[in-house]
Design a protein around this ligand. Structure first.
Ligand code: HEM
Length: 316
């Protein structure tokens, strides 16, 4: 005879199983049946934007990074919010490309309304932008949903790294997001494209330690000791518009623009990773793609969580 205890245990197991939250996984085929032309539509839009302005490629990659590091890859940075994450020190007057993401999103809305999230449009945009300036492609995982609110300014300021951070701080900052030292170095390689404002590298070019003296003087011309905070300089002085491994070559010549760039090659644990990416450019490209996939996996909203925003700048 089966005891009542048995039924109790079976019932308990069933109840427990049915309450396990459904952790939906991202998948590269997520829109294959619901919006088969989503990816080609985004690609066309991003290619046009990068053709108009090469720097936009850099800005889009960075926007995806800043989205993922703060409250997960949920499109929250795209929300037009004047008090939250957008005005964090690391974002304010700095992140750009919102109108390009919005244009790509609207192109997708025109073919499949209410299906593709802004967070996914941004993840695909970052990949397409990288490829448009010569980087190697990777397969973007999809199925993220959008947040309804932006993160706070305080959260963004603590989650996003700063150009003055030490190697140890950078390593632990990325470890907090489940990215190891090698992935941190590979991802920093995206500073092979794009620009930085004088205010972010002034201390380094006037500090005179661990910097190539000729390089410091060259950068000082456009970045005075006072004023000119928004004057721009390329993060990679050699090929600022191509996604190559020159960023790492600069580091061994002590020509990293940000302090956080140069710390990756300053007699520390990451020197050998930098050297490896110089010796083997293909390993940089494939590690970069793999790390972008992992970064795109940071705390996504899936399944019944979050929404599909109709416009990326506001929560429907
Ligand atoms: C390792 C820690 C990092 C620090 C401290 C850092 C810091 C910075 C700073 C200070 C700037 C210049 C911003 C300005 O002047 O307005 C910048 C630009 C940029 N960052 Fe990073 N970054 C880091 C990692 C990353 C990662 C992981 C990515 C992407 C995967 C990335 C992509 C970029 C790009 C592409 C630009 C140029 C953007 C443009 O031209 O619009 N960075 N970063």
């Amino acid at each position: 005879m089966i005891s009542s205890n048995y039924y109790y245990v079976v019932t308990l197991v069933i109840v427990l199983i049915s309450n396990v939250p459904c952790e939906a996984q991202l998948s590269s085929t997520f829109y294959d049946s619901t919006c088969p032309n989503a990816l080609s539509t985004i690609r066309t839009s991003i290619r046009q934007a990068v053709l108009r302005e090469r720097r936009m490629a850099a800005s889009l990659v960075r926007l995806h990074f800043h989205d993922c590091f703060v409250q997960g890859c949920d499109g929250s940075i795209l929300l037009d919010d004047t008090t939250g994450e957008r005005v964090a020190l690391q974002n304010n007057n700095s992140v750009r490309g919102f109108e390009v993401v919005e244009a790509a999103k609207q192109a997708v809305e025109a073919i499949c309304p209410g299906v593709v999230s802004c967070a996914d449009v941004l993840a695909v945009a970052a990949r397409d932008a990288t490829v448009a300036v010569g980087g190697q492609s990777w397969t973007v995982k999809l199925g993220r949903r959008d947040s309804t609110t932006a993160a706070t300014r305080a959260q963004a300021e603590s989650d996003l790294p700063r150009g003055s951070d030490s190697l140890q701080t950078l390593i632990s900052n990325f470890a907090n997001k489940n990215l190891n030292e090698r992935e941190m170095v590979a991802l920093s390689g995206s500073h092979t494209i794009g620009q930085a404002r004088c205010v972010t590298f002034r201390a380094r070019i006037y500090g005179n330690t661990n910097i190539n003296p000729g390089f410091a003087i060259m950068r000082q011309r456009q970045c005075p000791q006072t004023g000119g905070d928004n004057n721009l300089a390329p993060l990679d002085l050699v090929t600022p518009n191509s996604f190559d491994n020159n960023y790492f070559r600069n580091l061994v010549e002590l020509k990293g623009l940000l302090a956080s760039d140069q710390v990756l090659f300053s007699n520390g644990s990451s020197d050998s990773i930098v050297q490896g990416y110089i010796n083997n450019p293909r390993s940089f490209q494939s590690d970069f793609g793999a790390a972008m996939i992992k970064m795109g996996d940071i705390e996504p909203l899936t399944g019944g969580n979050g929404i599909i925003r109709r416009t990326c700048g506001s929560a429907n």
